[in-house]
Design a protein around this ligand. Structure first.
Ligand code: TYM
Length: 380
């Protein structure tokens, strides 16, 4: 079986419990225990997010310290981001939908970093194209429903002055050999790529740096982004800030199943946010990995395995009514629902969700400025 190999720029190998567990050990993160889950559940007044229940968000770094602060009434803030190298797919939304829940549950400020500089340095894409994706991706993300008063979007090029000022503090404490070891870079990588991690670390202390108020930062991301924050945890205490805490997810797999993550570089592996109802349906029918049997007759007799079925997985992410999810699970497993029907149910759910985003985009476009990072908005 192919070992799961993960860097921020390349993910290969099988996505299964065993390989995630190996990664957890290798990266030195902690699994979210049932006790920790129960603690979050209490704070969320029993409305635990399904990604936590299903252990999609499965690991963390010092999440307990964030909860301690919250319970004492000390504010913390959230930070997450996106590298705008192309159209977004539904996998990219996973950390953002979860972050939205965190913002609402904890009433927290949120920084969203768009690493346009990173994508220019690591991809063969022009600055003009990247600027276009930055703009479109931000609108997609904000369409999920973030609070304009508490959400601050930073694009690295646009906020270069502020970010670079603090990035040099980080860079002074990070050696070339650390970056090579943590990110797997080599002597033939360009020097911009070597420096870039300093830029992605800055938002993990930007609010305390600007406001002068000591506060913790919680960073949600899929596990490929962990290397940055491992370095951040070494450096930030040296600058007088708290180590950032993390809450870490697994990947949404490719349509074809667990042998790869959903990725925009493999178009047939992904459902993009601008895919039409017809395209979503066709992609699921043609590519979606099914836990069903070879023939309808066999499936009616023996039932499907929903636990490995892409369409069921995605449906269960999007359907908020847990009773409905349980019902579909039971029917699919018992053979009452066939694979084609499961795909159709999931396709409808995904398209309804995407249509909601497309409708809200128009309003966001008109009010984009309300969400942009502005030091004057940080008056807390
Ligand atoms: P990017 O644009 O590659 O990915 C954006 C976010 O989506 C996560 N992700 C996925 N989650 C679930 N399933 C998938 N198949 C999948 N593919 C990607 C990523 O882990 C990420 O959380 N350098 C970053 C941008 C960034 C950032 C951050 C991300 C800047 N600061 C702080 C997280 C936290 C990037 O290129 O992400």
């Amino acid at each position: 079986m192919a070992e799961l190999n993960v860097t921020p720029w390349e993910v290969s190998g099988e996505l299964n419990d065993e390989s995630y567990n190996r990664l957890v050990k290798k990266f030195g993160v902690d699994l979210i225990s049932d006790a920790l889950l129960e603690r979050i559940n209490m704070i969320a007044k029993g409305k635990l997010h399904p990604f936590l229940k299903k252990k999609i968000f499965f690991a963390h770094r010092e999440l307990n310290l964030i909860l301690d602060d919250y319970e004492k009434g000390n504010p913390f803030y959230l930070y997450t981001g996106r590298g705008p190298s192309g159209k977004m797919h539904i996998g990219h939304l996973l950390p953002f939908t979860f972050t939205l829940w965190l913002q609402r549950t904890f009433n927290a400020h949120l920084l969203i970093q768009l690493t346009d500089d990173e994508k220019f340095l690591v991809k063969d894409t022009s600055k003009k194209e990247i600027a276009g994706f930055t703009n479109e991706n931000v609108i997609d993300i904000l369409s999920l429903g973030f609070d304009p008063k508490k959400t601050h979007v930073i694009s690295d090029y646009q906020q270069a002055k502020t970010l670079y000022y603090y990035a040099t503090d980080v860079a002074k404490h990070v050696t070339v050999s650390t970056i090579k070891a943590v990110f797997g870079m080599t002597d033939s990588d360009n020097i911009g790529k070597l420096f870039f991690p300093a830029m992605q670390i800055v938002p993990a202390f930007l609010l305390p740096a600007i406001t002068g108020k000591k506060m913790r930062c919680l960073i949600p991301y899929a596990i490929d982004q962990d290397p940055y924050f491992r370095v951040a945890r070494d450096v930030l205490p040296k600058l007088g800030y708290y180590k950032p805490s993390s809450i870490i997810s697994k990947f949404l797999p490719a349509l074809q199943g667990n042998s790869a993550k959903m990725s925009s570089s493999k178009a047939e592996s992904a459902i993009f946010l601008d895919d039409s109802r017809e395209t979503v349906r066709k992609k699921l029918m043609k590519y979606a990995y099914s836990g069903g049997r070879d023939t309808a007759e066999e499936q009616r007799k023996h039932g499907a395995n929903p636990d490995i079925d892409f369409s069921f997985l995605e449906y269960s992410f999007l359907e908020e009514d847990q009773k409905k999810v349980d019902e579909i699970y039971r029917k699919y497993k018992s053979g009452d629902i066939l694979s084609g029907e499961m795909k159709a149910i999931a396709a409808d759910k995904i398209s309804d969700f995407l249509e909601g985003i497309r409708e809200r985009r128009e309003r966001i476009k008109e009010n984009l400025n309300d969400y942009m990072f502005d030091e004057r908005k940080l008056n807390f």
